[in-house]
Design a protein around this ligand. Structure first.
Ligand code: NAP
Length: 451
């Protein structure tokens, strides 16, 4: 009997963990992993902070999955444009959408359109060398001395840390050279983290906060009077301990300062001549478990404002999408149609399924939950999916030429080689043209077949 054929759309952690669970499962399954980008690993490659190599090293495990028999990588294929979701559903026994949540939520306050205001999504993608943002440098001149980062999550902390870290520290990362150059010439002196609730409610994790203690020339300003004595919640208690350490820390030679503003919510972004100059903050307080405004307003000077208040997903082709929740409607991973019933052969995993929460490893259990449904449904009927040749023919007919896994390995090798030349482990190739060129060069080599 032929294997069941499953398409996984998205090669970030959720897509790769889904693939892993499928090929390790009880059924004989082969998987085609699609990605819009020529490169795999999604947010592990483009979202995890470049100065977090330990988290990035998860790639070693993800790579083993993509190299398993019966798994193919088809990069540079935009599902919903190059091939429709319906076509995929016809070609495969099942399709699992692991397309993530790539759009930064808005603050919904006046002034968001001002120059100098950006989403963390865009800023992170730029410094992470995402090819959609290769030319975004002009949006981030880093000429402002004061920057406000809105939000109290780990992404806000990543952005703040990259802004205060020294160029020498960042030079060890895989950031593209033009990004490093911009950061090396940054005029930023003060970074303000704006948190609408108290330190005990912050969503930072203690491990990430603790890294700030290691920055020898970065002072931390926070009002120690706002730190409660402790918390029943162990995660909050761990954060409070780090905040106390940060508040009492002496930094002899201060190069930059990171300020924490608790109980402050942005009510307006103030501008002059079309560019942001300040964030109008309103003091908040807790009343009956809710955050309430006090009416007390102050202006915080900021020539750049990064909003980092979470993400939402975007619709993929004709796949059902819940605009209110910002993700795909589902029941234990089975995509629900407009009538509320499971849509045959359509599944979802990762942030597109549960929203933008959790760390990389959270996606493993999330994928397993979805795959349990896929396997139960497939086991009830024989395989009917088209073979790989048929899929390749459909794509080739419309001029779509996927980047194969070997093509990605060429990009990988080229990035390592560029890094070595600069004394670093890797330097990312930040533009589409070069990525495609390097990948295609491999496919054209006579001794390497398509993966
Ligand atoms: P997050 O953890 O959900 O944090 C979002 C923050 O934005 C919260 O502090 C929230 O405050 C605040 N917020 C929401 N709406 C706001 C508004 N209108 N005005 C002001 N503040 C607002 O999201 P994230 O930082 O984007 O991270 C996403 C996920 O990726 C998280 O699970 C995170 O842990 C993970 N991640 C992990 C790492 C790591 O492990 N190193 C790194 C990056 C990201 P409230 O709490 O008051 O709603």
């Amino acid at each position: 009997m032929n294997p069941y054929r499953v398409a996984v759309v998205g090669s970030g952690p959720a897509g790769v963990y889904t693939t892993d669970a499928l090929v390790r499962g009880a059924l004989d399954v082969s998987v085609d992993v699609y990605d819009r980008l020529p490169t795999p690993y999604g947010l592990v490659r483009y979202g995890v902070a470049p100065d977090h190599p330990r988290i990035k090293s998860i790639v070693v495990a993800l790579r083993k999955v993509l190299e398993r028999d019966g798994v193919r990588f088809l990069g540079d294929v935009h599902v919903g444009r190059d091939v429709t979701t319906r076509e995929l559903a016809e070609l495969y026994d099942a399709v699992v959408f692991a397309t993530g949540a790539s759009v930064g939520r808005r603050l919904a306050v006046p002034g968001e359109e001002l120059a100098g205001v950006c989403s963390a999504t865009d800023f992170v993608a730029w410094y992470g060398g995402h090819p959609d943002h290769a030319r975004a440098g002009e949006s981030f001149p880093l000429e402002a001395e004061s920057v406000a980062v809105i939000g109290a999550g780990n992404v806000a902390l990543d952005v703040a840390r990259v802004l205060v870290k020294s160029a020498a520290d960042l030079a060890r990362t895989d950031m593209p050279p033009h990004v490093l150059d911009r950061l090396a010439h940054s005029r930023v002196r003060d970074v303000h983290l704006v948190c609408r609730r108290g330190p005990e409610h912050a969503k930072f994790t203690a491990k990430e906060l603790r890294e700030l203690l290691e920055l020898q020339d970065v002072a931390t300003e926070l009002d120690a009077r706002l730190l409660p004595a402790g918390s029943q919640d162990p995660l909050a208690a761990a954060n409070l301990k780090v905040f106390a350490d940060l508040a009492s820390r002496e930094v002899p030679a201060v190069r930059r300062t990171l300020h924490f503003h608790f109980w402050s919510r942005p009510v307006e972004l103030v501008g002059e001549g079309g560019a942001v100059t300040a964030v109008r903050l309103e003091r908040t307080r807790e009343a009956g478990g809710a955050v309430v405004a006090t009416g007390e307003v102050t202006d915080l000077t900021a020539g750049m404002v990064v909003r980092s208040v979470g993400y939402h997903s975007t619709p993929v082709g004709a796949l059902p999408f819940d605009e209110d929740l910002g993700r795909v409607p589902h029941d234990a991973g089975r995509v629900l149609g407009p009538d509320g019933r499971a849509l045959d052969g359509h599944y979802v995993a990762g942030w597109a399924k549960r929203g933008p929460s959790g760390v990389v490893g959270t996606n493993r259990a999330c994928a397993a939950d979805t795959v349990a449904g896929v396997v139960a449904d497939l086991a009830a009927r024989p395989p009917r999916g088209a073979g790989p040749d048929e899929v390749d023919r459909v794509l080739a007919e419309r001029g779509v030429r996927p980047v194969t896994y070997d093509g990605w390995l060429s990009i990988d090798a080229e990035e390592e080689s560029r890094g070595r030349n600069l004394g670093r482990a890797r330097t990312k190739i930040p533009d589409w043209e070069t990525l495609r060129h390097v990948a295609a060069a491999d496919a054209d080599r006579p001794d390497r077949g398509a993966a």
